[in-house]
Ligand binder design. Structure first.
Ligand SMILES: [Zn+2]
Ligand SMILES: [Zn+2]
Length: 351
């Protein structure tokens, strides 16, 4: 038997190829992937051959780090999991020994092995394949009735749940807060769903596309503003030094960060979720308004929290997955994912 894989050989050179079927090593299970989401980093690898100057695709890599599936085999010594069980896969595999791991800040592990990442050589091979052998500890059981598509949102939801952790560290609570989310891609949309779940009283979302804003509305936005066509609508939030208590900047666009700083009240908090290169920041405003501008990176315990949230089905997540295509159409799926006017989350399915 063999499995199909979606392997990137270079810029815009994604090939569906085959590999021998994996066997589980001791402590591993084999998971038949059900659905796998295409993430911004996959898109960057595909369209630019890497992310910035630092992370480059230097050898063929099976992309994908957002997936859920069904266990088909158990390796020696695996307990608490069973064949036929559905699980979300945590792509994060910290070393457990470095100085950050010892402090419990696994997201900063110095020897992180993150599935589908070209950060280190050899690259860590990812999830876009029929079956994978993976450590049992990276498998999180999915509750009965949760669609596979939603289970496969665990990883991006964990990223957003980490952004919430960071906001809570500074702001204490989201209950009754006015929240701004800039950027309505998958990460923006998931931040909206979480902000609603955590009790925000108002959630205003900005983007350049009506289609993605419509999804943001479906998952909990109280108002959406297309800044391409109705940018002036935001100026009302700049009055009296700003309106929002907390902003999640998910667009990685300089103008969005600028308007987040303009629209956030003094002593408010901005969580920079989107990753952008060197970019000009209106520091005078940031400093004089005493705004907390904080970073957020991947996730740690937030993966389990995200799976728990998905399992309770407490949030509306289905509208975020706008497209799903079979692995045979991986290239079409990739191209579709680059089209922000159409797609929010594109997933690849396996059967
Ligand atoms: Zn991702
Ligand atoms: Zn470590």
């Amino acid at each position: 038997m063999s499995i199909r894989i979606a392997r990137l050989h270079g810029q815009r050179d994604l090939r569906v190829e085959t590999l021998p079927d994996p066997e589980p090593a001791p402590g591993e299970v084999v998971v038949a992937i059900g659905a796998g989401g295409i993430c911004g980093s996959d898109i960057h690898y595909y369209t630019h051959g890497g992310i910035g100057e630092m992370i480059r695709v230097q050898e063929p890599i099976i992309i994908g780090h957002e997936a859920a599936g069904t266990i088909t085999a158990l390796g020696e010594g695996v307990e608490g999991l069973s064949v036929g069980q559905r699980v979300a896969l945590n792509p994060s595999h910290p070393c457990g020994r470095c100085s950050f791991c010892e402090k419990g800040a696994h997201q900063h592990c110095l020897n992180m092995r993150f599935k589908g990442s070209a950060m280190f050589m050899p690259h860590e091979q990812g999830f876009f394949r029929d079956r994978i052998a993976i450590g049992a500890a990276q498998c999180y059981p999915i509750a009965e009735g949760v669609p596979m598509a939603e289970a496969a949102l665990s990883e991006p939801l964990a990223v957003c749940r980490r952004a919430i952790t960071r906001a809570l560290e500074v702001a204490g609570t989201l209950e009754g807060k006015r929240v701004l989310v800039t950027g309505a891609g998958p990460i923006g949309a998931l931040c909206v769903a979480l902000a609603k779940h955590f009790g925000a009283s108002e959630i205003v979302v900005t983007d350049l596309q009506d289609a993605t804003l419509a999804v943001a509305k479906d998952v909990g936005a109280t108002r959406t503003v297309n800044v391409a066509t109705h940018g002036a609508d935001l100026t009302e939030y700049e009055a009296e030094k700003g309106y929002f208590d907390i902003a999640f900047e998910c667009s990685a666009a300089q103008p969005a960060l600028r308007s987040a700083i303009l629209c956030t009240r003094p002593m408010g908090t901005i969580v920079q979720v989107g990753v952008m290169g060197d970019t000009p920041v209106p520091f005078n405003l940031l400093v004089s308004k005493e705004i907390n501008l904080i970073g957020t990176h991947r996730f740690d315990k937030e993966f389990g929290q995200a799976v728990e949230l998905i399992n309770t089905q407490a949030m509306v997540l289905a509208p975020i997955v706008t497209h799903s295509l079979p692995i045979a159409d991986a290239v079409i799926a990739m191209e579709l994912a680059t089209d922000r006017g159409k797609a929010v989350k594109v997933q690849i399915t396996f059967d």
